[in-house]
Design a protein around this ligand. Sequence first.
Ligand code: ATP
Ligand code: MG
Length: 267
Amino acid sequence: MSRPLLAVSGLTKRYRRGGKSIAAVDDVSFDIEPGETLALAGPSGSGKSTIARLLLRLIESDAGRIEFEGGDFLSLSGAALRARRARLQMVFQDPLAAFNPRATVARVLDDPLRIHGIATRSERPRRIAALLDRVGLSADLAGRAIHEISGGQRQRIAIARAIATKPSLIVLDEAVSALDVSVRRQILQLLLDLQREERIAYLFISHDLGVISAIAHRVVILDAGRVAESGNARAVIGAPQSTIGKALVTAAPKLNRTSTQGAADRQ
Ligand SMILES: Nc1ncnc2c1ncn2[C@@H]1O[C@H](COP(=O)(O)OP(=O)(O)OP(=O)(O)O)[C@@H](O)[C@H]1O
Ligand SMILES: [Mg+2]
């Protein structure tokens, strides 16, 4: 068996609330293989975004291990951490909040190329045009401000920025949730194309089981910070075993389990 790209074990994060310590993430373990999509599902407050923030080391864990690309990710610091961070990127739900809205598209894409020393100043305009092309946008967009473009275009820019550093894993936290149905379908298709061509793995956080069955190979369902169940995405969504899994499937609006060609079937 190949070594997993990401191996999370015993991950725990507690917050103090009203004098009590509450585990937002409680002894969570999962692996992601290279080129695989693992979905994280669960009700609001179940710990999905906290796991994303722990993986990106935006917050510190209280316990647990994170192995990424074969090394102990939590022990990295300084230049070694910066270098490894280039391989683990994140796309948020709202790119307007993630970027300076007055920055130009070119500026947003120039930053990772410059910061990670990927291209020289003279090479960067060509690299930016290539990134825009890669995510299906016209090079003319480079001079536009982030607040001037559509939500779908902004999410394509967020994906272009994430792939600029040639990551092996992208964490997407509700990245398509704010988009309308047709734009959402196009962004999901872009993610599938990028995965096929570049073998990028995704940790795809979503409360939408329909989207998960369309894009994910496997799913982990969280309940109050703990793993309630996990397995093949279509198998779990088709026949959930846990109480929370059953509740999520029952609550999902017109989940069409027969007509979607799910990622789990394409393996
Ligand atoms: N900075 C914080 N301080 C205190 N509690 C927090 C903090 N961040 C998250 N929490 C708590 O941790 C738990 C998990 O929150 P988290 O944002 O990870 O949930 P989520 O699954 O992403 O929910 P949603 O689907 O609404 O985005 C919640 O009970 C939340 O209130
Ligand atoms: Mg969240």
